[in-house]
Ligand binder design. Structure first.
Ligand SMILES: [Zn+2]
Length: 320
């Protein structure tokens, strides 16, 4: 599988027998290489039988080739010119999609299998581009507390409002009698869902529970829901809370996406005009890390030159 992966110059998995053979994302178009975590697990198992150990790391890396960003018009004419002079290398950090929790969760069962067999295996994710290797993972509350105090107040406020809103709609939904619940559900996106044969076996109690769950998720997600209009009618306090929820929770995540977009735009420019080794010490890097934190991701960038100074697949938590 590794040979195949290498040929396509897109994904690369470092393991004990192939350690040190990095592929740098200098050129090439974007190609998705599908791989099964089970195949990787088998490769790790083979390695463990040859060289048993109590703990091991699976390092999952992928490339961000420059061409990809050219074709997406992400690079301006001015930047293109800078790039052609090849003075410095372009750093193209992970996408938000790269950093999603589901990319970590995909490994959960496999790690559990290893744990049961007595080996603790850690999965670390990273992205490789012409300037650097950037490790990334979903952010934790303690990371925010420790490293991103500017963002902490916003997180706490968001959580408080999210909790209040959840609590409020929960208590309103629980108060509805069966007729009211049916009526409200008829206005939801999920109307008609329980007419299907598969739900025939459910009793009333079970169906009512499911209907309340539907309504809860609609009220947590949807901005202009008919359901909210009906449920919150004549309830000014709850309406005010809903507005707050939209502004702070939903609006906040949109604002944070915009912050990241703007910061990334500056970052591309910075990486082309700054010696790569100096990037981790730049003020733009601090801004970049905070912008990722605001979007749920924790990152650490390692310039190519510094990779040999660190343990293989050192990850996000390593302190150089
Ligand atoms: Zn990516």
């Amino acid at each position: 599988m590794l040979a195949n992966v290498k040929d396509r110059k897109s994904q690369y998995i470092d393991n004990q027998t192939n350690r040190g053979k990095w592929i740098f994302g200098q050129a090439g178009i974007s190609k998705r290489v599908e791989f099964s975590a089970r195949d990787v697990a088998r490769a790790v198992k083979d390695e463990l039988s040859v060289a048993p150990t109590k703990s091991s790391t699976i390092c999952v890396l992928h490339n961000h080739p420059v061409e990809d960003f050219r074709s997406a018009n992400f690079i301006t004419k001015e930047q293109e010119l800078l790039l052609r002079t090849k003075q410095h290398k372009l750093s193209i950090p992970p996408s938000i999609r790269d950093t999603r929790q589901e990319n970590v969760d995909a490994w959960k069962d496999i790690l559990e299998d290893f744990r049961e067999q007595g080996t603790s295996v850690d999965v670390r994710l990273g992205e490789v581009d012409p300037a650097s290797l950037t490790y990334f993972r979903p952010i934790k509350d303690e990371d925010i507390r420790r490293e991103f105090p500017n963002y902490l107040a916003e997180v706490n406020q968001r959580k408080k409002i999210e909790f209040e809103w959840g609590d409020t709609i929960d208590s309103l939904l629980i108060k509805l009698n069966e007729t009211e619940l049916d009526e409200l559900h008829r206005h939801s996106y999920y109307r008609g869902k329980y007419d299907r044969a598969e739900y025939a076996k459910f009793n009333k109690f079970g169906l009512n529970y499911l209907k309340r769950m539907d309504l809860f998720s609609e009220l947590s997600d949807v901005e202009n829901s008919k359901v909210a209009e009906i449920l919150l009618k004549h309830n000014p306090e709850a309406l005010k809370l809903k507005q707050n929820y939209m502004d702070v929770v939903k609006g906040g995540s949109i604002r944070n996406r915009i912050i990241l977009r703007d910061v990334l735009y500056d970052w591309l420019k910075t990486s082309m005009t700054t010696p790569t080794e100096k990037l981790p010490f730049s003020k733009e890097y601090s801004k970049l890390r905070e912008a990722y934190a605001r979007n749920g991701a924790y990152i650490r960038l390692v310039p190519h030159k510094n990779i040999p100074n660190e343990p293989p697949c050192a990850g996000t938590n390593y302190k150089p």
